[in-house]
Design a protein around this ligand. Structure first.
Ligand code: DAH
Length: 343
């Protein structure tokens, strides 16, 4: 068996060789366990001390202890160095540049039709009307019969109306809400009904199979034509500006008598004539009239006691006139280049 000094120097050489090859912190941990652990060579040397001559023991014991401390120090130093390097590496991987500018997110906007509806509804609610909704799918009676359409009226023709079956249809106007309201409430009735309407028409730049309307109706004692004029003038000046000029033309709708159409002086050319007003100087904005006595009767309201006015307006048409939009299809194509123009 080699002498103790030889064994020690051999052990040191082996250890130093392995130390040089170690790279990861795990390697150093293993090395420490291997040499300094309970089953390691240093421990064996300690045990073999009992075979030495008693007078040699203190000296050999000290040599072994020194070796043990030397190896332990190597392990600790290397481990500390590698751990630091590993931590730095990790930090480098995780590094972010907090000074980079953020990525802007696109901000959504309300659809131009929703914006117009909101504006109209706000004005009318401010004038004392309350909001009433009605069904998009309704019966022939609410869309036509209850509104005094004769059974053979051309508007009932299959060309204009989407029938779901012999009884049900997609409403062609928001006027159906008038009939529901008269059935549900007794006068005074003062409601507006914003909503979607459907017509079986060829889709083109000017017409679509669905669009939006806002309906209004006011029924009470002594409601007169003057109330209708005053309300429309007030509403349109709030919508289009103080100086807007209105014009009332006689017209025909089965559910009003008399019926009329309301025009405003062209906002674009101020009346001198342009493409938007088709060189007439006026824009057609809405249909209106005094609620027909037959409609009141069907709604169980006595026309001898009560009278009322009603009106209805198309929102797509209005928005097209106000913003010079030349194709109604733009509203449903979801083209951001179009939609983003309405902040
Ligand atoms: N419902 C009509 C349409 O769709 C618009 C209308 C006209 C509504 C006159 C009314 C009214 O309430 O009195 O063309």
């Amino acid at each position: 068996m080699a002498s103790l000094p030889d064994q020690i120097s051999q052990l040191r050489t082996h250890f130093m060789n392995e130390l040089r090859e170690a790279t990861h912190s795990k390697d150093f941990e293993n090395l420490k366990t291997k040499y300094l652990g309970k089953k390691g060579p240093i421990q064996s040397l300690m045990i073999s001390l009992k075979d030495c001559a008693p007078e040699e023991r203190p000296q050999f014991g000290k040599v072994i202890n020194d070796l043990k401390q030397e190896l332990a120090l190597h392990c600790e130093n290397s481990l500390a160095r590698v751990k630091l390097a590993e931590r730095n590496h990790q930090l480098e991987q995780e590094w972010i540049d907090a000074t980079l500018p953020g990525r802007p997110r696109p901000q959504g906007k309300l659809h131009p039709i929703t914006q117009a509806l909101n504006k109209i509804v706000d004005i009318l609610v401010g004038m004392g009307f309350s909001i009433q909704t009605g069904p998009d799918v309704d019966t022939d009676y609410y869309n036509f019969g209850g509104l005094n359409f004769a059974p053979d009226h051309p508007a009932r023709d299959m060309q204009d109306t989407f029938y779901l079956n012999t009884e049900l249809l997609l409403r062609t106007h928001t006027s159906n809400v008038q009939v529901h309201a008269m059935e549900t409430y007794s006068p005074p009735i003062r409601i507006i009904a914003p909503g979607r309407c459907f017509r079986n028409e060829d889709i083109s730049a000017r017409s679509h199979v669905f669009f939006h309307q806002v309906e209004g109706v006011y029924i009470d004692k002594d409601v007169t034509f003057a109330d209708l004029f005053a309300t429309m003038d007030e509403f349109l000046s709030k919508l289009l500006g103080e100086k807007v000029e209105t014009r009332y033309r006689p017209s025909y709708f089965p559910f009003v008598e008399p019926g009329l159409e309301v025009d405003v002086k062209c906002i674009s050319c101020k009346g001198s004539g342009c493409r938007i007003c088709k060189h007439t100087g006026w824009l057609e904005i809405l249909g209106a009239g005094m609620v027909h006595p037959n409609v009141l009767k069907k709604g169980n309201i006595d026309p001898e006691q009560y009278s009322g006015y009603a009106w209805g307006m198309g929102i797509e048409r209005l928005t097209m006139l106000l913003s010079d939009i030349r194709d109604i299809r733009l509203f449903t194509e979801n083209d951001l280049r179009f939609l983003e123009q309405f902040p």
